[in-house]
Design a binder for this molecule. Structure first.
Ligand code: ATP
Ligand code: MG
Length: 315
């Protein structure tokens, strides 16, 4: 396991940061940690990288307890509020970070070139950071996080300052790192981004995890079915409702939600047997965004004090 937390909890005085966080991230996963503003995402990653200390609970990273110095060398971290020494040039900042990671001169120089290429800052590195745009500064932070060629990359909202093209470049970079076997922990509220790059997610609300699993598993529970029905009438409507499918209409479309593929022909049968002309039936897989909104709107508070196995990122 690359990350394993058990009951990790942080109180800032009497203000809750996050509570009873139990999750596992295994090697090679891209794990998305999703939640609204103030949910506790940054609190968790700050504990993982040792910037703040947990109030209670425990965690292991790469098989060692939090704070292990050898493990820290194998972690790359992009913080959410990235502010770098603006009087330095990008290149000087990279050299400084390389020295923090104790990378020897020539290897350090080579790696700096590589990461500057990766984040597309090559050509800008000899300008002072104060002349960089926000997006460029975030790219520089990403370069610093990539510098040690980390086994675990922790990114706290890595594209918050980037334009759409920059976001796509970072998404592609994450996918490239994933195919090289790196493990990535990504805090985000950009659901479409998470959906594209992550294989596992956990949703945090008011400091507690309320759902988690592989994206496939999370979405498997719900399939929206879109139908175009001629002669749609009350009988069809009632028959669907009686069988537990609650239809709703959007212009000429009739929508129902089913919990498995097997239910799709059942719906078609109900429509046809009750005099409807079924012109079209299209199963639409629920987007992560719909799921997220549903879960955020539900009560969803988990009062259990113990770890739940179903929140594990691993299968
Ligand atoms: N240093 C602090 N002192 C007191 N409370 C804090 C501190 N840092 C965070 N909090 C509180 O902890 C809770 C979780 O904050 P956190 O920054 O972890 O959320 P987040 O999910 O990262 O939000 P965002 O999406 O806005 O970055 C919030 O209620 C926040 O006000
Ligand atoms: Mg945050």
């Amino acid at each position: 396991m690359v990350i394993k937390t058990e009951g990790l909890t942080k109180w800032y005085g009497n203000k809750l940061g996050c509570r009873d966080i139990c999750l596992s991230v295994s090697e090679g996963q891209v794990f998305g940690f999703l939640g609204q503003n103030g949910a506790g995402k940054s609190t968790l990653v700050k504990m993982l990288v040792g910037l703040i200390f947990p109030t209670s609970g425990r965690a292991e990273i790469l098989g060692r307890p939090l704070g292990d110095r050898e493990v820290k060398k194998r972690i790359g971290f992009l913080p959410e509020t990235f502010r770098y020494q603006e009087w330095l040039t990008g290149y000087q900042l990279m050299k400084f970070h390389a020295s923090l990671y104790k990378m020897p001169g020539s290897a350090g120089r080579e790696r700096i070139e590589e990461v500057l290429q990766l984040v597309r800052l090559k050509g800008h590195e000899h300008y002072k950071i104060r002349t960089y745009s926000k997006g460029m500064q975030q790219r520089l932070g990403l370069a610093a996080a990539l510098l040690p060629d980390p086994d675990l990359l922790i990114l706290d909202e890595p594209t918050s300052a980037m334009d759409p093209l920059g976001r796509k470049e970072v998404r592609d970079l994450i996918l490239k790192l994933k195919s090289a076997g790196k493990t990535i922990f990504l805090n985000s509220h950009l659901l479409s981004e998470v959906e594209v790059v992550c294989d596992h997610v956990a949703l945090i609300k008011k400091g507690r995890i309320i759902a988690g699993g592989s994206i496939g598993e999370l979405k498997a529970g719900k399939i929206e079915v879109e139908m175009i029905i001629g002669n749609y009438n009350d009988v069809i409507n009632r028959s669907l409702a009686e069988k537990g499918y609650k239809p709703w209409r959007e212009n000429e479309r009739v929508m129902v939600t089913v919990d498995s593929r097997d239910k799709i022909p059942v719906i078609a049968e109900i429509v046809i047997n009750n005099g409807g002309s079924l012109y079209r039936l299209t199963p639409l897989h629920n987007s992560l965004e719909n799921l997220f909104l549903e879960l955020m709107q539900e009560g969803g508070e988990n009062d259990a004090d113990h770890c739940r196995d179903d929140l594990q990122g691993s299968a």
